[in-house]
Design a binder for this molecule. Structure first.
Ligand code: DGJ
Length: 750
């Protein structure tokens, strides 16, 4: 049993294959304390570590309890009882007071993992997971708090969530309910978080734990491009492949808060959950509140192993789409090809050319509905604009199908333009504060999806579209943040529930969409990757990673995104040059190699390409079919520092059985050494005892510098090397006399 309870010592031990997590019930007050989280240990009692802490207590008298609380690692810290560090739970009672304290009551250990009502969460069969429910009580408030931990059998993963039930006769208000807290002895840790902006998502930051808080957060109503709902706490010596790493990732798509605090008695506390800013939840007598799930991943082998564990967890236990283990059709999206300027003839022309190149689906992006000829109008009116698309979407989809192509469609259902029939009919459906001007962002407002009638009103329109055309893919977009938070559906004392109710509304509609159209391939998007989180992955197997598809920028964006999310979840397209976001000109081969390590597609006007470029696309689409299974199901190894690539970047995927590997190398700048031009790369993750053959090596032949070869002479040879040699000695990359060139190497065990 991966979860055991020592009745006498009152200690819970949670074991994954390589990690141990220990919780103790302390003192006659039954405080729930955190004893340990780290590498697996066989011992069942670690309460001795509290000895110096107890000795440090100035007094054991009840009145001095506060000094004690501020000193001890707590499992679920609460506000108002003498623990002044960052806390997880804060309530306001009927008298306006804010104190709350947890004491252990009972527990339950069982196989499997329950669902969290209305929220996405990882799932597991009984054989894969064991769950501990620790029931605690605040006796004064008559509040029941359940701390729920699920331990995965074959992964170093523990998931944590919390349920608060009000058993009193009067309502209480939850002012803060985070999903979990981790405690560490000492400050010898670093913190990794991901931050960015539009077209620059998931940039990697590493800072030391210090005598204050390091915070990652979003109060934008969605997870955001500015911060990702993840944190990792690393031992100081941790690298990509060595050292201890504790990953935290919140399965939630709204406002979130994560902090890591070095506190005065030299411990470190990390907490994460729904952002408490502008949050309050009225809990009536008999009601329960469920927190989102927080995932903990432990790795003793650096960030790389943390990544591979997250990927396995999400591929096996989070993503539900029928496409998760299948090849996704290669799509071409018309956004950067046409923006709003298209008609059905242009779309068919695009589809026809795309088909010849091996592309399998045309996705019609923004601009097909209402009066949407530009981005200041039409959102909310989900009726095809027949001035642009004669015959409507039913005809367009069947014409595209007749070419042998699938048809996909863009929607932005959470939004409304003031210039739309929907807004003119229902101005109260937008989120707003009466009397206060609404901030317009991209000339649009956010619909109040905390209200059922608003959700139903929009969803019925979308369903009608999907019922009358053969749409096999949906791109669900979301292009602004939430401001002037006010709902006509909520009383004054519940207005601060809006942001969370909004997220629950989004989940409800996403769920309806996949239930009504179970075979749909569904991709999420929010101005690129502003809602890239595990919550969304529960509904859609892929998310558009960024509006920046410049191959060089994409290396960092995809590397940061890959910290927690599988490669198959990252929408990655080949777009035109000069790139629309950076102006950079990169070879098509480089764009295709970088996009191959995601969910592959195109975003350009194929009709404007030369015959040579179209021939290259034919090669690239065929290559996708050959290599996508390794990318989708394999293990990712970051070989160079792809988070901050300077002159080059290198990464690989290795199939689970270690029989195949695919390596990408991008030479960003051509920088010779004194004599040696080429760069030697050491592979990772192979079977050291197996022999591997380099079956394919794709590189830019035109600019390749082949050292010491006489003119015309080929230096090519088929290399066969042991996994040990490949990993310890390495192989030479070709040096290229040009910037931005890329190489792809496919190795197979012989
Ligand atoms: C933002 C998305 O990220 C783009 O891909 C595109 O769909 C536009 N919205 C359309 O308005």
């Amino acid at each position: 049993m991966p979860i055991t309870f020592d009745k006498e010592k009152k200690i819970f031990k949670l074991d994954t294959p390589n990690s141990t997590y220990m919780i103790g019930i302390l003192d006659k007050e039954h405080f729930i304390t955190h004893l340990y989280y780290g590498k697996y240990i066989p011992d069942r009692d670690l309460s001795y570590i509290f000895a110096p802490i107890s000795d440090a207590m100035p007094s054991k008298r009840e009145g001095h309890r506060a000094a004690f609380m501020d000193n001890i690692p707590l499992e679920y810290p609460t506000f108002g009882i003498g623990d002044f560090r960052d806390h997880c739970l804060e309530i306001e009672d009927a008298n306006g007071h804010h104190a709350c304290s947890l004491s252990y009551e009972s527990h339950r250990i069982y196989h499997g993992k329950p669902k969290i009502p209305s929220l996405p969460a990882t799932f597991a069969e009984e054989k894969d997971c064991t769950t501990l429910e620790l029931s605690c009580k605040d006796h004064i408030l008559n509040l029941n708090i359940v701390l729920r931990y699920s331990v995965y059998e074959d992964l170093d993963v523990i998931s944590k969530s919390v349920i608060v039930a009000n058993q009193a006769v009067t309502p209480i208000y939850l002012k803060r309910i985070l999903s979990g807290s981790l405690e560490f002895f000492g400050w010898d840790y670093d913190i990794v978080t991901l931050h960015g902006s539009w077209a620059k998502e998931c940039q990697f930051y590493r800072v030391p734990v210090t005598a204050n808080k390091v915070i990652t957060e979003s109060i934008r109503g969605e997870t955001s491009a500015q911060s990702s709902p993840m944190m990792a706490i690393l031992s100081k010596d941790a690298t990509e492949d060595y050292g201890e790493v504790y990953g935290m990732n919140l399965v939630y798509s709204g406002n979130f808060y994560g902090s890591v605090e070095g506190y005065h008695t030299l411990g470190t506390r990390a907490v994460m959950g729904i952002h408490p800013s502008n949050f309050s939840w009225k809990l009536n007598s008999g009601d329960s509140f469920y927190s989102p799930e927080l995932i903990y991943v432990y790795s003793a082998e650096g960030l790389g192993q943390m990544t591979r564990t997250f990927h396995d967890l999400y591929r096996k236990h989070l993503i539900r789409s029928p496409y998760k283990d299948k090849e996704r059709p290669i799509l071409v999206n018309n956004w950067e090809a046409t923006y709003f300027d298209f008609d059905e003839k242009k779309l068919l022309e695009l589809a026809r050319e795309a088909k010849k190149c091996g592309i399998e689906m045309l996705v019609l992006d923004d601009g097909w509905f209402g009066e949407r000829t530009i981005d200041d109008r039409g959102l909310g009116d989900w009726i095809v604009n027949e001035k642009k698309i004669k015959g409507g979407l039913g005809k367009l989809s069947s014409d595209i199908n007749a070419l042998g192509m699938k048809f996909g469609l863009w929607i932005e259902p959470e939004m409304v333009n003031p210039n739309s029939n929907l807004f003119r009919t229902h101005p109260d459906w937008a989120i707003q504060i009466p009397g206060r001007p609404c901030t317009l962002s991209r000339t649009q407002l956010v619909l109040d999806w905390s209200r059922k009638e608003v959700r139903d009103g929009v969803y019925s329109q979308i369903k009608n579209v999907l019922d009358h055309a053969n749409v096999e893919y949906i791109k669900w977009d979301m292009n602004r943040h939430l401001t002037e938070l006010g709902s006509f559906g909520l009383p004054a004392d519940q207005q601060q529930e809006l942001s969370h109710r909004y997220v629950l509304g989004v989940y409800e509609i996403m769920n309806r969409l996949i239930s009504d159209f179970p075979n749909l391939l569904y991709e999420n998007c929010s101005s690129g990757g502003a809602r890239f989180d595990p919550g969304v992955l529960y509904y859609s197997p892929q998310i558009w990673a960024s509006d920046d598809s410049d191959a060089i920028e994409r290396i960092r964006i995809q590397a940061g995104t890959s910290l927690c999310y599988p490669l198959s979840t990252m929408g990655a397209h080949v777009s035109a040059v000069p790139n629309h976001q950076t102006g950079r000109i990169t070879p098509m081969e480089t764009r295709a190699i970088v996009a191959l390590f995601g969910s592959f597609g195109y975003e350009l006007d194929i009709t404007k390409l030369s015959d040579q470029e179209k021939a290259m696309i034919q090669e690239h689409t065929a290559r996708y079919h050959k290599y996508h299974p390794i990318v989708r199901d394999g293990d990712l190894y970051r070989i160079s520092d792809v988070f901050h690539p300077a002159d080059d970047a290198c990464w690989s995927v290795v199939s689970k059985d270690k029989k195949e590997a695919l390596l990408a190398y991008v030479q960003i700048h051509s920088r010779p050494g004194s004599q040696i031009f080429s760069k030697k790369i050491r592979l990772k993750g192979l079977d050291p005892n197996a022999l591997y053959e380099i079956v394919e090596h794709i590189y830019d032949q035109e600019h390749a510098h082949i050292p010491y070869a006489a003119e015309g002479e080929e230096m090519e040879e088929k290399l066969v090397l042991s996994g040990a040699a490949l990993m310890n000695v390495g192989i030479w990359m070709k040096h290229s006399f040009a910037d931005y060139t890329a190489q792809l190497i496919y190795l197979r065990k012989i």
